[in-house]
Design a protein around this ligand. Sequence first.
Ligand code: SF4
Ligand code: SF4
Length: 445
Amino acid sequence: MARLQTFPMGGLHPRNIGLDTMSLPIRNAFVPHFLYIPMLQNIGAPALPAVSVGDIVHKGDVVGISSGRMSVNVHTALPGKVIDIREHITPSVDRVQTVVIEVDGDFHLGKAIDVKRASWEGLSKEHILAIMQESGLVGMGGAAFPLHVKYNVPPGKRVDTLVINAVECEPFLSADNRIVIEHAEEIFIGISIAMRLLGVSHCVIGLEADMHQAIERMREVTLGKKGIEILVLEVKYPQGSEKQLLKAALGREVPSGGLPADVGALVSNVSSMLALKEAVVDAKPFYERVLTVTGDLVQKPGNYKVCIGTRISDLLDECGVRQAPGKIVIGGPMMGLAQYSDQVPITKGTSGVLVLSKKKAAIYRHTPCVRCGKCIAVCCMGLEPARLTTDIELGQDAHAKSEGLLDCIECGCCSYICPSGRHLAQGIKLGKLRHLARMKEERGG
Ligand code: SF4
Ligand code: SF4
């Protein structure tokens, strides 16, 4: 059998614990009593609250209005009464203005959006971009970049291929796999809209070899469709990363500090294509998403469709978490963010929730580097993680930068493989944050 395509340098094959949820159909999570809807859930600027305390809102109503080009609207998934607007934590930011809704009332969609568009083919590019921003669309692969900005390719850049990322971004997660199995037709419509927007006639849909049912479904719905290619890739982490996927699928290498558009491509997550179809064709705003809940403390692991703004504590009640967790991670085990509170809400960028027992999450002690070179072997960006981390620990940030600090994609492979348990990816991430803070200071805040 011919070897499957993949990216050439580094990477690893962590035990695929995601398999335990791959076969479980998407379930609707229950309706929480309260929603905590942050005004900032995307890269860029926050939305501004469009409601006041005491307002009655309907399902799908705008509760936050975009504040500029790098901002999108925010909606409520459920009806109810606005009981507070205050600062609250999110999975990635400490304090964000948040609209708190006490859920109550009629669960039908608000009047403004209870309508299907007869045909999206007649819509102009500008109109579709406006729908994206109004519907609150952001990339769902993790970065939460506003889609209307991403799809408005800057002058001077030319995109010839759309690459759809159906590769699961982390080992524990399986939501994208289920979305393809259960929504393949709608995804195809989303892809058609995206191709129209970009003016491209070539699209590659990348899936990994263990997603058997998803591969079949995607093949079925794209059979005989011109310009659409289904590409089955080797199962390897971090293939869901934009740069590695482009290398694996098209053999194109994004230059250091560059974007996919620099090599004529645009990458979108498969869940984003479903959200795009729902926004443009069904006039449904982005107010809920599918995510994987798993971990050794979860009695009912699976893929859940969850209202954005649901607190983790409410979700975990439903998933049968009966003991105090040792660690809650938003995202996956390799790149996810550990949380200090279960009061954080699910946001547009939440792809998974991992709940570990105290035993599993036991803090390990790291020991000195034994110079085995394993961290270098697994780095898909060709970096020397041990050296970069030492530079950061010694405060030699300028040297770390010259050694490629900013090229690190924070995949976590180096930390995973290190026999000495060194906190390599964490150290490098700290160095990047320090660099960004310094840049901001130099620009005058
Ligand atoms: S976290 Fe950064 S340095 Fe470590 S393996 Fe990934 S890309 Fe390389
Ligand atoms: S993997 Fe760990 S022990 Fe091996 S060289 Fe890298 S930092 Fe040192």
